[in-house]
Design a protein around this ligand. Structure first.
Ligand code: ATP
Length: 309
């Protein structure tokens, strides 16, 4: 009985983790209102990754049919490169992420990953391929270690330590009362928005998915920590040739992107390019850049509040 109960307990805990991960995603995307019509087609095959290129082809989508948020949007996010999506608040940046996760299906057009329409592959394989670092990460009422391990539950302690260092959170954790065993969440220690964001970074580095999304993921960090962290993350992504997408308000966090996509009023506002080419083009991006450059408060965003630490 004892011998049997061990693996069963283990499976039970894996199951709980999986359920929790679903809950996590639900909190993450505020899914209470989600349309449950999004389902696998019968015998949906898994997504087959071949580098991780993402293509939006003439995508139109609105949460309500009479109010389209994305209007005939087309762009390509190249495999293994860093892409940034910028644009004013409410222009649909997070919506792109929700569509990619298939929390909703497009009204028309299609989204392809490595040539496969995401409606034709299993949702489970799709979501497994994508990691997200959101602006506000929900924490579990558990230890710091558990909260990081959740990125990949079979990770070793060494691996947890390594990702924490790269996410610039290790030294902070060491100063907590019980280090990695410190309880956080509602019944534990309160941690700041910036600490949460770094935990989320460590978590996604541990998960190590093929496609990574950073949705305003460093908005609560001070400039110095943000730069140190971004330089670590950028070198990891380059080294592993991961496809990454950064949704950003503060343009200085993405000026080194291989490609910047500018959204405005539900459409792609100008041909995507690098920071330099877009500044030279003198279009929407160059106006956003000039506005931020000349803004006296360095942290000033494109019209949004910065999350308090
Ligand atoms: P921000 O930069 O402020 O995060 P965003 O560009 O990411 O904004 P989205 O979150 O994609 O913008 O929202 C685009 C539009 O869709 C907004 O007008 C928003 O009010 C609307 N919207 C977002 N989620 C829903 C929803 N679940 N139901 C209805 N409307 C929604």
């Amino acid at each position: 009985v004892f011998q049997l109960s061990v693996p069963l307990n283990f499976l039970g805990s894996v199951y709980r983790e999986l359920r929790q991960s679903l809950l996590d995603m639900e909190t993450l995307f505020n899914l209470q209102k989600v349309n449950v019509a999004v389902k696998d087609i019968p015998n949906a095959p898994p997504l087959v990754l071949k580098g991780g290129e993402i293509k939006f082809e003439n995508v139109t989508f609105g949460y309500h049919k009479d109010r389209p948020i994305l209007k005939n949007v087309s762009f390509t996010i190249p495999a293994g490169k860093k892409t940034a999506i910028v644009g004013p608040s409410g222009c649909g940046k997070s919506t792109i992420l929700r569509l990619l996760f298939r929390f909703y299906d497009v009204d028309s057009g299609r989204i392809l990953i490595d040539g496969q329409d995401i409606r034709h592959v299993s949702i489970e394989s799709l979501r497994r391929a994508i990691g997200v670092v959101p602006q506000d990460t929900p924490l579990f009422n558990n230890t710091i270690e558990h909260n990081i391990r959740y990125g990949r539950i079979d990770a070793s302690e060494e691996e947890i330590l390594a990702v924490s260092k790269r996410a610039k959170i290790h030294e902070t954790i060491e100063k907590f009362p019980a280090g990695y065993q410190t309880m956080v969440g509602e019944r534990g220690m309160m941690i700041s928005g910036g600490e949460k964001q770094r935990l989320a970074m460590a978590r996604v580095l541990l998960k190590d998915p093929e496609l990574l999304f950073f949705d305003e993921a460093t908005s609560a960090l001070d400039t110095h920590t943000e730069q140190a962290l971004m330089s670590n993350i950028t070198s990891i992504l380059k080294e592993k040739q991961r496809t990454s997408v950064f949704v950003a308000h503060r343009l200085r966090t993405i000026f080194d992107a291989d490609q910047i996509i500018v959204l405005e009023n539900g459409t792609v506002a100008e041909s995507p390019g690098t920071h330099d080419s877009l500044v030279n083009a003198g279009g929407v991006y160059s106006r956003l850049w000039r506005a931020q450059e000349t803004t006296p408060v360095v942290e000033k965003a494109l019209g949004d509040e910065i999350v308090e630490q």
